[in-house]
Design a protein around this ligand. Sequence first.
Ligand code: HEM
Length: 215
Amino acid sequence: MSTNSRTIAGRSARWDGLFDFMQMASGAGLILFMWCHMILVSSVLIGPGVMNAIAEFFEATGMAQVGGPLIFLVFLVHFFLAARKVPFRFEAQKTIWSHARMMRHGDTWMWVIQAVSAMIILLMGAIHMWVVLTDLPITAAKSAARIQSGFWFVFYLILLPLVELHVGIGFYRIAVKWGFIKDDSRSMFKKKENILTVGFITIGLLTLLRFMFLN
Ligand code: HEM
């Protein structure tokens, strides 16, 4: 290899490392956001007044008006960074699919779920954020009216498990890559992560039902 091509290879490896880091950092940020988001939305389970008070706080401090579009931006950046590794060509998709089936390797399957759910979350998440952020302020009554229309109930029934699966797998993959979990504790971590994911989906479903029956 010539000195010139070695320099180019070194530079592209550095960019790749930087993009990898940014992908994980934006993913970690979005995971934290989704946990806070669940607290905001599910606070309606305690009472609509509690949800309204939290939403009011976010608006009074400008966090909804500024933080909302910022989250939208991080969401898009995260998608484009992660999309570098997703095979969009049919031939490459077929190869990954057959490898996943051949290897029966849990982590490869997780990657496939991660990539497929990402496409749907990109579209549905963008529609959701647009609808909520162009109709501020957030109130329990407005959310309930949306969900009682039926369309948004079904919409969230699809988005909720996809997001929670994506977040759960993302959390596990970041922990493995950044070395927070060692090989011998992987399966234990996975089990705890699955419990957390099921817990979030359950709270999300209860929240949707609460909105459905809110007067
Ligand atoms: C820009 C920031 C966001 C705001 C201000 C926001 C706000 C809200 C609000 C007010 C609701 C209650 C339902 C409604 O009013 O229609 C809700 C529900 C929901 N949001 Fe968001 N959201 C944001 C970002 C996201 C993102 C990035 C995702 C995932 C891609 C997401 C996924 C969901 C899901 C799955 C539900 C249903 C929750 C449940 O089952 O209890 N949201 N969001």
